[in-house]
Write a protein that binds this ligand. Structure first.
Ligand code: SF4
Length: 452
């Protein structure tokens, strides 16, 4: 079991970005739009394998902890209408690139991608195949809500070539589920997993949460007991981020029932200890994988990456995002599509790329991104080697090293010569040393989650 480093309550309460990108999304600005994206797409090297992220922002009901861009719908018409726009966007982006770009990873996220009918799942997959050159060993992952998964949809996912599914579970306790408006008996999840495996979707991820209202360590242990019977290949364990000023539906959650910083720490530590004892490898901040899973293998070989979906084996230099609010990452910078549906739809209907904001990267951003990513993936980075790689002098990070001294005193980092290492006991706090290298953070007014 992890013990807290030096007792420093402020560290646990600090709000810092999750660093699924650097610079982080609050730094994106309207100066980067469809025109820049078009230039960046046409400059993609022909042989560069890309990744594709498709956002399906619809759900049947609202989970009160949700931090995603999604919309609750009762009818299929808005979904069918959105799918038409998404198909047109695939055509537009592939047309701008001017060829069938090779693709190594596909991820459908949401919202609930499986809210699409079986026919529409196949239609979307078919269009992807027409417009892009899917490599034979491509990973094709889809986020699943087990509560809404008709058998026909599962069959369609298998036929479409989906080979990895991420199932949201969070906590199996009925009181915790009621407190977040997501009732999901474990039998429902088990049926979904059985059907997916039968259909050939054999890699199974399970998403859990801590820090939910009324949640205790005992609930988390019971949840892990239950989900281990499903034999998942990977698990993620996210801390609930209560930001009701940003996500107004989170006001439905009783603040008085939320565990405090100390309890959150104990919950995360107990879950991590248990999963490791069961043979899972702890990956970065919040993922766990069987030792033979590609994520654990990537960690071992130093190829683990971090992107908008969290930790990934995806080494592609270009991630193309499709759908309202979708974020893309290209060698030149980041782009994000318009968030309001009407703005997204109007752009695509007018034959224009729907990017509303983004940021171009300079060499300083790339260096800092590399340092933050290695800290978040490997829990260590050699600053001298990083500076050499990006043509900076050895003393470049002098001010950051001085600021890290405070964290070193509290046992959150160890500094040896030019290497910064995060000790195992401070792993859940890794965002704090990462934030020291964030050149934008002191000026950012964005809302972020607690460090643990
Ligand atoms: S199903 Fe997922 S995306 Fe939809 S409301 Fe619940 S947590 Fe959010």
């Amino acid at each position: 079991m992890l013990h807290r480093p030096a007792d420093r309550a402020a560290a646990f309460e600090q709000r810092v970005p999750r660093y699924t990108s650097y610079p982080t999304a609050p730094q994106f600005h309207a100066g980067i739009g469809g025109e820049a994206y078009g230039r960046w797409l046409t400059a993609l090297p022909a042989a560069l394998p890309a990744s594709l992220y498709l956002h399906i922002p619809f759900c049947d009901s609202l989970c009160w902890f949700c931090g995603c861009h999604t919309k609750i719908v009762r009818r299929y018409e808005p979904i069918a209408d959105y799918l038409g726009t998404l198909l047109a966007e695939l055509d537009l982006v592939a047309g701008t690139i001017g060829r069938r770009q090779p693709v190594a990873h596909i991820h459908w996220g949401g919202g609930t991608p499986t809210i699409l009918t079986a026919d529409d799942v196949l239609r979307l997959a078919e269009r992807l195949n027409e417009r892009f050159d899917l490599l034979p060993d491509a990973e094709f992952a889809v986020e699943i809500d087990p509560r809404e998964l008709p058998a026909a949809t599962v069959t369609a996912l298998g036929r479409a070539g989906v080979n990895r599914a991420s199932l949201g579970v969070q906590d199996v306790n009925p009181d915790v589920q009621a407190a977040v408006n997501r009732i999901q008996p474990i039998e429902v999840t088990r049926l979904a997993v059985d059907r997916l495996r039968e259909a050939g979707v054999t890699a199974i991820n399970v998403d859990l949460m801590y820090g939910l209202p009324h949640q205790t360590e005992a609930h988390i242990q019971a949840t892990i007991d239950a989900v281990l019977t499903l034999e998942p290949d990977r698990l993620s364990l996210f801390g609930y981020a209560h930001l009701p000023g940003f996500k107004t539906h989170q006001k439905m959650i009783d603040t008085a029932a939320l565990p405090g910083a100390e309890a959150r720490w104990r919950q995360a530590a107990a879950a991590a200890a248990r999963l490791q004892a069961e043979g899972y490898v702890w990956i970065g901040l919040d993922h766990f994988a069987r030792p033979d899973d590609p994520l654990a293998i990537a960690l071992k070989s130093g190829h683990l990456r971090r992107n908008f979906q969290g930790y990934t084996t995806d080494r592609a230099e270009a991630l193309l995002g499709f759908g309202a609010s979708a974020i893309g990452a290209l060698p030149q910078g980041y782009v994000q599509n318009a968030v309001p549906f009407h703005a997204y739809r109007e752009a695509i209907a007018g034959g224009r790329l729907a990017v509303a904001r983004g940021i171009a990267l300079d060499d300083e951003d790339r260096l800092r991104r590399h340092v933050i990513e290695r800290l978040m993936c490997d829990l260590a980075v050699d600053l001298a080697a990083a500076c050499r790689r990006y043509g900076r002098s050895a003393g470049h990070f002098g001010p950051e090293l001085a600021r890290l001294a405070d964290l070193a005193r509290d046992g959150i980092v160890e500094i040896t010569a030019t290497t910064v290492r995060i000790p195992e006991a401070a792993r859940p706090l890794m965002r704090l040393p990462a934030a020291v290298f964030d050149a934008y953070l002191p000026t950012s007014s964005a809302a972020h989650a607690q460090a643990v």
